[in-house]
Design a protein around this ligand. Structure first.
Ligand code: KPL
Length: 305
């Protein structure tokens, strides 16, 4: 007898963890007629209160991932540093042509993920500016309307239409792009400028509009642009800086994810943000002192806590 006898439904999605974006995606998938199931360390049903962007509140029951069948489609919206271990845990449960969609801040090397996957299993990246937060473990609020971009990272993605339709329901509006890296570098500049500074200053994003932060923000953004340009992703410092200040204004009342992580003494994504910039700069023999300083200061604070 096969270990996982029943085939998953075309509408089944496994969602890893119970972070705000994962729960937002689960709620929206369920409301669109999909069957999201949560992959949790302690599998148990979650009675979720979901508040949509138009302030409608709904009670939803999210079930844990069923042990009865192989996983065909999975969304992995976990922190950059948890992505490889999440994929390794999932790997024995995946169907031969499973499709995995990863989503996180920063950039991580893909080889540790690809080593866990079979050639026919497809890997995708979703970058989103949809905003959600969890006022309690069983509540998620869709707090800001954003957009998402989806790209294939591997060629083995036979059920493209299904992945695109489901991710549109989960986190749309969605644009499919051929290469996600230009967007990831743009987002890296935003996160390198906003996340560590708000974490160090223990402030909301909006405080960075104060002119006292301008020299540091400019230095961080200029370095990210230099590295991106050297890697073949054209980025102009002036436009990128304008975009950083637009995001600071648009998210003025938010606490960045890194401020929240540092305040809660959790591991931060600094290694996948400023750390990735410094690591790539090192390979290109470029100097990135502003990013290095942010990396060192955040790592020192995390180690001390
Ligand atoms: O992505 C973000 C984060 O907090 O991680 C920004 C854009 C800075 C919004 O807070």
């Amino acid at each position: 007898m096969a270990l996982y006898p029943s085939a998953p439904s075309a509408l089944s999605w496994c969602i890893v963890g119970r972070g705000a974006i994962g729960l937002l995606a689960s709620a929206r998938l369920q409301l669109a007629g999909y069957r999201p199931e949560l992959w949790l360390k302690q599998p148990q049903p979650l009675q979720l209160t979901f508040t949509s962007i138009d302030r409608q509140q709904q009670q939803l029951l999210l079930l844990p991932q069923s042990a009865a069948c192989r996983i065909q489609r999975v969304f992995v919206p976990v922190k950059a540093f948890d992505t490889a271990s999440a994929v390794a845990e999932l790997a024995p449960r995946l169907s031969n042509n499973a499709q995995l969609v990863i989503s996180h801040n920063g950039i991580i090397p893909l080889s540790p993920l690809l080593q866990q996957l079979q050639p026919e299993q497809g890997l995708w990246f979703l970058s989103t500016s949809q905003a959600a937060y969890k006022p309690a473990a069983d509540q998620v609020i869709h707090s800001g309307e954003g957009q998402s971009y989806l790209a294939r990272l591997t060629t083995a993605s036979e059920d493209d239409d299904n992945v695109v339709a489901a991710m549109t329901a989960a986190l749309g509006p969605l644009t499919v792009v051929a290469d996600i890296y230009p967007l990831l570098w743009q987002k890296l500049a935003i996160n390198a400028a906003i996340n560590p500074l708000t974490a160090l200053e223990n402030c909301r994003n909006g405080q960075l509009a104060d002119p006292q932060y301008q020299p540091q923000i400019e230095a961080l953004v200029t370095e990210v642009c230099q590295v991106a340009n050297a890697l073949g992703y054209p980025m102009q410092p002036a436009n990128t800086l304008a975009e950083v200040y637009r995001v600071i204004g648009a998210t003025a009342s938010n606490f960045s994810s890194m401020q929240q992580d540092l305040a809660a003494r959790r591991q931060t994504e600094i290694s996948a943000i400023c750390g990735y910039v410094c690591q790539q700069a090192g390979l290109l023999q470029l100097a990135t002192p502003a990013n290095q300083q942010m990396l060192d200061r955040i790592l020192a604070l995390t180690a001390a806590s």
